[in-house]
Ligand binder design. Structure first.
Ligand SMILES: Nc1ncnc2c1ncn2[C@@H]1O[C@H](COP(=O)(O)OP(=O)(O)OP(=O)(O)O)[C@@H](O)[C@H]1O
Length: 309
C-alpha cells in the first residue's frame, strides 16, 4: 500500500509548556478516508496544523508524498488542501474570485477550466458570481472545500466538516466527501461525531491527550473491540446462579431476573449454543431473549473514559 503521509515520532510542546502531542507515528494510505477521532483538546487541530505547516513541531518528521514538510516545505504544502473548522474568507468576494485567487496563492497558473469543474462538482457553478456573504451556511462550507481543492492537492484535510450543521446537510457533506475520494483524493477528517467516522472512514485513529491510542480499519476496530451480549429474561427470578453457570462473562442482574452473557470475538468461553444448553440443563426458563452489540460510540467511550480533559 502506498503511503501518502508518513508521520514519525512527532511531538509538540507549546510555549506554555503544554504537551499537545506525544510521539505520534502514523501512516496515511493513498486514496483512503482516514478519520481522526478524539475529544476536545486531544490534539487533532495541532496535528493537522503541523502537517499543513501552520504549526512547528517540537520533534519528529512529516513526509508528504516523499517530501519532508520542513526541508521541502513548498512541495509538501502544495500537496495538501486544508478546509478549516471556521469559515474564513473575504465575505465581499465572489465565489469565482475566491477560488481562483486561492489557486494563485500556491503559485499555480490560472486554470479556469479546472475552477469551473470544481465549482460544478460542488454544485456552486450557478453561484460563481455571487458574493460569499450572500450564500447559505452549507454553500459557504462548500466554497471552503473548493478553495482547498483549487491547487489540486492530493490530500484534503477536513477539520470538523460537519460541526454545527443540521442532519441533512451532514449527509450531503458525507456524500460529497465520498465523491471526492472517488476522484483519487486522500481524505483526512477530524470529528467528534463517532457516527461520522463509522459511516465514512476506511480507517480510524483515536487520539486522546496528545497520544494516538490506536489506528485500525473501521471494520476491524468494531470487530476487535466491540462486545456482544446475550440477555435472557427469566420467567422466574433466581436467588443466585447455579455452579454450572459460573462462567466468565455470565452474570445475574441486580433484580435477579436477567442473565447476561458478554463475549467478544476473542472470547475463549463457551459459544451461545453452549450457554443456552447449560441454562436449559440447569432447568432455568426464560421468556425472552435479546442480543446487543456495542457501537463505535461505546468503544470510544470505553477508551476515552476518564481521559477527557
Ligand atoms: N497556541 C497554544 N498554546 C498553548 N496551548 C495550546 C495552543 N494551541 C492549543 N493548545 C492546547 O493544546 C491542546 C490540544 O489542542 P487542539 O486544538 O489541537 O485540540 P483538538 O483535539 O483539535 O480539540 P477540539 O476538538 O476542541 O478542536 C489543548 O489543550 C489546547 O488548549
Amino acid at each position: 500500500m502506498n503511503n501518502i503521509i508518513t508521520i514519525s515520532s512527532l511531538s509538540k510542546t507549546y510555549a506554555t509548556g503544554f504537551i499537545a502531542l506525544k510521539n505520534i507515528n502514523l501512516e496515511v494510505h493513498q486514496g483512503e478516508i482516514f478519520a481522526l477521532l478524539g475529544p476536545n483538546g486531544a490534539g487533532k487541530t495541532t496535528l493537522i496544523g503541523i502537517i499543513c505547516g501552520t504549526i512547528n513541531p517540537s520533534a519528529g518528521h512529516v513526509v508528504i508524498d516523499g517530501f519532508d514538510h520542513i526541508t521541502h516545505y513548498r512541495e509538501a504544502r502544495s500537496r495538501v488542501g486544508l478546509v478549516p473548522q471556521e469559515i474564513s474568507t473575504d465575505m465581499f468576494e465572489t465565489v469565482w474570485n475566491t477560488v481562483s485567487f486561492s489557486r494563485g496563492l500556491f503559485g499555480k497558473p490560472a486554470n479556469p477550466a479546472l475552477i469551473e469543474k470544481i465549482l460544478k462538482d460542488l454544485s456552486l457553478w450557478d453561484k460563481k458570481d455571487t458574493r460569499i456573504m450572500r450564500l447559505s451556511g452549507g454553500m459557504k462550507r462548500r466554497v471552503m472545500i473548493a478553495k482547498a481543492l483549487s491547487h489540486e492537492p492530493q490530500v484534503l484535510f477536513l477539520d470538523e466538516p460537519t460541526a454545527g450543521v443540521d442532519v441533512s446537510l451532514r449527509r450531503d457533506m458525507w456524500e460529497l466527501v465520498r465523491q471526492l475520494q472517488q476522484t483519487g483524493v486522500t481524505i483526512i477528517l477530524t470529528t467528534h461525531y463517532i457516527e461520522e467516522a463509522e459511516e465514512m472512514a476506511d480507517r480510524i485513529g483515536i487520539i486522546t491527550k496528545g497520544e494516538l491510542q490506536l489506528v485500525d480499519t473501521t471494520a476491524s476496530l468494531m470487530k476487535k473491540l466491540g462486545k456482544k451480549q446475550l440477555i435472557l429474561q427469566l420467567t422466574t427470578p433466581l436467588n443466585e446462579l447455579p455452579g454450572s453457570l459460573a462462567i466468565e462473562g455470565l452474570t445475574l442482574s441486580k433484580m435477579k431476573d436477567e442473565i447476561t452473557y458478554t463475549y467478544d470475538s476473542e472470547s475463549k468461553g463457551p459459544t451461545i449454543t453452549e450457554v443456552l444448553n447449560l441454562v436449559a440443563n440447569a432447568n432455568i426458563h426464560f421468556k425472552d431473549l435479546r442480543t446487543t452489540e456495542s457501537s463505535l460510540e461505546d468503544i470510544f467511550v470505553d477508551l476515552v473514559d476518564g481521559e477527557v480533559q
